[in-house]
Write a protein of this length. Structure first.
Length: 159
């Protein structure tokens, strides 16, 4: 058989599974919406670079990621921060005092914009769920113990 009619396995990119999409509502802050738009732009640039270089692996990865971010953008539900933060909710920054004496502050944001190391936790996280609806002075049972809510504020649009 002529090699012209045989697909070379080496020419095909490794099959990439689609990125999993959360079944939860895609709530985002203004910061989260900007981050999604930045990811879309980065994927488009990477896709163009892959196409220019005829790099099938880069094209496959960038295409897959672009599909994910475009889907997340189309389902994004922009949630403005509350005017006043009387209770823990989406778009609030909460400061807690853990029962071991540690003081921590987190902004409760959308799943794609969560960065715990930078103080942004997803509204779907166990910690956020334990704090939701609580007010300043309330004590909540959180993963790893208890915590008192010592401060609440609305998250500014710039994050």
């Amino acid at each position: 058989m002529s090699r012209a009619f045989v697909k070379e396995q080496d020419d095909l990119p490794e099959a990439l599974p689609e990125r999993p999409v959360s079944a939860n509502p895609n709530l985002v802050t203004p910061r989260g919406l900007r981050l999604i738009d930045q990811e879309i732009e980065a994927c488009r640039k990477l896709l163009a670079q892959g196409q220019n270089a005829a790099d099938k692996a880069v094209i496959a990865r960038a295409s897959r990621d672009l599909r994910y971010w475009m889907q997340r953008r189309s389902t994004a539900q922009l949630m403005d921060a509350p005017a006043t933060a009387n209770a823990v909710g989406f778009g609030t920054r909460v400061t807690i005092l853990r029962d071991d004496g540690r003081r921590q502050a987190f902004a409760i944001v959308g799943e794609d914009e969560a960065e715990p190391s930078k103080g942004f936790i997803a509204y779907t996280s166990p910690l956020a769920r334990a704090l939701m609806g609580k007010a300043r002075g309330d004590v909540a049972e959180i993963p790893g113990g208890e915590a008192e809510i010592v401060a609440l504020e609305a998250v500014r649009p710039e994050g």
